[in-house]
Structures are given as C-alpha cells and as structure tokens.
Write a protein that binds this ligand. Structure first.
Ligand code: HEC
Length: 158
C-alpha cells in the first residue's frame, strides 16, 4: 500500500506549494529598492524621499507608489506622480517643501528641512519626469535650458 501512503503524504504539499509560490511572488514584488539606478551622491535623497514623501508621491527611483494610479480610487492627499511630473529647479521644490506643495492646502509643510530638504529636492529635480513624454509643455519632461541640472539652483536655508 505504498501509493496510498505517498498520496497521504503528498496531499498537504498540494496546499503548501501554491502558498509558497504566492509568498515568493510577493517578495519578488517587494524587492524593488529605493535608490536603484540612482547616483551614489543622491542615495540619501532617494531614501529620504521613500520615507517622507512616498506615501503621497510616486517615483520609481525611490520605489514609491503613493500617487493615485486610478482616478476612481484617488484620495485627496495623493500628490503628483514624479515619474511623469518633471520638477525643474531646486528653488521650486524647496518652495513646495516649505509651503506644503504649491497650494499649501494638502501637503504638510516642512516634512524635511535644512540639508535633508536640499538632498531630497536635488533628488527630485534630477530623477523626476524620466517617464514623461518629451514635449516642452509645463509639467512635461523637458525643462527650459539651463534649469535642469541639479547643481545650479540651490538656495539652502534661503
Ligand atoms: C500627505 C501627502 C504628501 C506628502 C507626505 C508629501 N506630499 Fe508633496 N504634494 C502632495 C500633494 C497633494 C501635492 C499637490 C497639491 C499641492 O501642491 O497643494 C503635492 C505637491 C508637491 C510638489 C509640487 C508639485 C507640482 O509640480 O505641482 C512637490 C515638489 C512635492 N509635493 C514634493 C514633495 C516631497 C519632496 C515630499 C517629501 C519630503 C512630499 N512632497 C511629501 C502631497 C504630499
């Protein structure tokens, strides 16, 4: 009666196996890491973004998905998707950080301040809009000349 014994042993496996596969699949999705493909100097900004901004903003370089992906499940606090929305200047991002977005109505003010704010703002300027269509419209992927570099526009503390 060996086959019967084997069948009895194998049956629990039939239930365990799909669960295992599911678990593996889930971890595979979760392995996207903040800072993947990001320059060494911008790693700090990427991680700050993931921790402080990721709940409301999508940006693949920080492995975050906080923006609304579907209009019908959108929440008021969902911020712009920075995979598509290009931020061109540090000045504007630092303004948004101090002010709480451009309207000041939804995004909290001063989530990051000082050097952290500059690091996260540089990261946003450099890595936002990478999936935007290359058209020169406000919010499109292209900045007007001279404003797209992360270096020039810093006004730390100012
Ligand atoms: C509680 C949700 C929330 C958090 C957390 C949050 N934001 Fe926002 N953010 C928003 C919303 C909503 C808007 C758009 C509405 C507005 O501007 O008032 C916005 C707008 C912005 C804008 C202006 C975008 C544009 O071009 O219109 C920038 C830049 C920005 N956020 C950066 C950040 C950064 C960087 C962080 C982390 C330090 C952050 N946000 C954290 C919700 C959030």
């Amino acid at each position: 009666m060996i086959p019967a014994v084997m069948a009895r042993l194998a049956r629990p496996l039939l239930f365990v196996l799909p669960a295992l596969l599911l678990a593996l699949g889930a971890t595979a999705c979760g392995t996207q890491k903040a800072g993947t493909g990001v320059d060494h100097a911008d790693q700090g900004g990427a991680h700050l973004f993931q921790q402080r901004c990721g709940g409301c903003h999508t940006l693949s370089f920080a492995a975050t998905h906080g923006s609304a992906s579907n209009i019908s499940t959108r929440e008021r606090t969902d911020g712009p998707n920075f995979n598509y929305r290009k931020e061109c200047t540090l000045t504007r991002v630092l303004y948004a950080l101090r002010n709480g977005g451009f309207s000041g109505a939804i995004m909290p003010q001063n989530i990051v301040v000082g050097p952290d704010a500059v690091a996260v703002a540089k990261f946003v300027v450099k890595y936002s809009g990478r999936q935007a269509p290359k058209v020169n419209t406000p919010g499109g992927g292209v900045c007007s000349s001279g404003t797209s570099s992360a270096g020039g526009q810093a006004t730390p503390g100012g």
